[in-house]
Design a protein. Sequence first.
Lengths: 157, 743
Amino acid sequence: MKIELIINGETRSADADPWKRLLDFVREDLRLTGTKEGCGEGECGACTVLLDGEPVNSCLVAAGQCAHRRVTTVEGLARGELLHAVQRALVARGGAQCGICTPGIAVCAAHLVDEGLVSGDRARDRVRELLAGNICRCTGYQLIVDAVIEAAAEVSK
Amino acid sequence: MESRAVGASVARVDGVAKVTGRARYLDDLDAAGVWHGMTVRSQIAHGVLEGIDRDPSFDWSRVVVVTAEDIPGKNVITLIEDDQPALVPVGGEVRHVDEPIALVAAPTRALAYAARAAIRPRIRPLPNVFTIDDALSARVKLHGDDNVFKKFSIRKGHARDEEIEAALAGCAHVIDSVYRTSAQEQMYIEPQAMMASWIGDACHVTGSMQCPYYVHKAMKPLLDLHAEQAIITQTVTGGGFGGKEEYPSMIAAHCALLARKAHAPVKIVYDRDEDIAATTKRHPAVIHHRLGIDREGNLVVAAIDVVMDGGAYATLSAVVLSRGVLHAAGPYKCPMVKIVGRVVATNHPPHGAFRGFGAPQTTFAYERQIEKAAKRVGAPPLAYRRKHALREGDTTATGQTLTYSVGTDAVLDALEQVAGPKPAKTGTSASGAPVRRGRGVCFYFHGAGFTGSGEQRLAGRATVALTRDGRFEVRASSTDIGQGAITIFTQLAADALGVSPSLVEVVDPSTDRVPDSGPTVASRTCMVVGGLVEQASRALRGRISAWGREFGRANESIASLAHDVAADLGPLEETVQYQPPPGIAWDDETYTGSAYPVFGWAACLVDVTIDLDTYEVAVDRCVQAVDVGKAINPTIVRGQIDGGTLQALGWALLENVVYKDGKVANANMTNCIVPTFADAPELETIIVECPYPFGPHGAKGVGEIPMDGPAAAVANAVGDALGLDFDTIPITPEMIATRMRRS
């Protein structure tokens, strides 16, 4: 079946089994390989994308469910060469090491920052709660939290 | 020229590619006509492979199947012992669950899955060995007469067994305990991934790996190739932690065999369940530690017995055990020490390299022992450690006299400065549950680089080259697996050359382009290979400067000369080979001497809160003060310490690989858990710098040390909170509940 969706602001379509995982549709049919598979069971969050603006594990979503909906992947965060504030902060603060979880974390964190969900006194705790579905094995999370807080401060200015 | 890049937290060279999704990992690569490979595995732990049955109703014409008969060379994954086959041959012995029996490849992943499901190994079962005690009993023999892959003995003070026992009997206090640590999964987030293709009679392997030359060494005998016919290239690698040290050779072998038969490139990307079930993990260990102290608390004698479960094949177990025993007495003054270490064969999948490499297991034991010793003589935990810790001039268990870069007081001072008051012992949680709180500390060390004369034997090399276009290339087989190797090398080369880091490129490690710098393991990449990069850069700079003097341009910068030198002389390169520091002598026969050229030192403090309704342990604070010699890039060093610390906290409290009849029972990320953002405390990391005179700018190892200590600090903290000794990890709520009910 032909599946048409709005990927990173652009309308694109491809023929695919509607039961195909959104993760595979994005990677194989749309050739956007920034979205990664870490576990295939919705635990690690490496495959996080935004579906109509909300973070989902793309390994648990059928491509057919996404017809005519908006999907944002890591490739859609930057505006040309201008990185999203979260991406800049992840680089500057050391929030990416091996980088395999980074696309999922960047997508989810950009959503939190853009929606103003991580501000106020409990901002650090909120980051930890709301990113708890994204596993990173390299960083111990500390420098990612620092980066997201920094990006949130920059975006709210 | 003064240093500019070194010591600065310059942004990672690969940072932008990683945050934008442009970094290409193995599974992201385009390869025309690539087939998908899958592995048929044993479902029982021990037996004789009697046959490999194929479903006759399956259309086999569209797939290729590889068995041991298709191997052109020796059916062995070359490492230390040549005991592990690439595929179990019919008539051969299956030695663990999920052992590779056959391979399939197909143009699509779905077809490959279907083909795999249509193959059934027929295995006649044999008796199993699943525990260290069973292995030692040798009722079932898996290896030699005693199931012992390797044994080491260390003796300090030339004491015979009777003298050790007499010394223990004469001590005011003897702390006699048995410690148990569990298997731990590396859980790199990129599963194992490899691709192979044949071009003429050369085999090209690319993939996620730590050690291209390990794979190279394994491919030659298996495929019956000359050195130049095996070309191994690392792709961007999504984490390793030791898990991609030896196992990639197995997957590379499988890809190469499939590609040879399919006449097409073949990639194998493990599913997560397969990766957890089949690949290596940290060795489970049982450590019986007896520590004799006098009335004042001085250490008199230590007798330590270390046994590790090596699993079904020898793999790297001997060297893991070596590092374990070399750290087993800890960084404490003790005149009489006996350490015996054994690693035994079982029918578990082979255990292997994981950050710390045996030292976390023995560190857990000795730091619990020191805690108990302090308590026995009524000494405050940190003060007790400070009093009895090694300093310059003291000797370790192997008789190594420490003459430089001993960070004992520096790390203990740093920890004490921020420790603050202990939290109140009792209280109430946010949800109203009664809680207990406690504090634990530990002090520990970690030898950097290969053990003993290992670095001399490796004789690692690195090259720095001036290219035709006046830029600089670093060529080393050290891989960046997230730890920042390429950024560190760029910084070291740039400063030694006296040029901007933007002129330096670290080339992708490929065995046809880079010399063998030794493997990316053992906290050696910055300290050892970084040192070679720095020396080669200086030598190259010398040649460029000499050209400048010859042509009357002595005042010009290296960057401005580089282009003209390249035009005049063509590309230049300098290769440097490792030379050990002076005064390093090691005796492999007696296990005495300089076990490591230098040690890193660390102190850790952990505060915990235990919910008395659920027995969950929350880590409220974790402070680590770690002496790294010199932080070439403080942000990257910080990231290494933070990451290792959280892996250690996870190992202490919640990470566990559960085996049932030799099979991993929790082979998925839902049940084989690792800490999340919500589990992790704010990590208070303090970088301490006691320079190593023979490291680049004073740098010594950092990758492994943070993994060694925190588990003991957690156990000490939980013990402090509850007044009970926890000598087995992970300390799960179930374990605490059982102990609390019993007490």
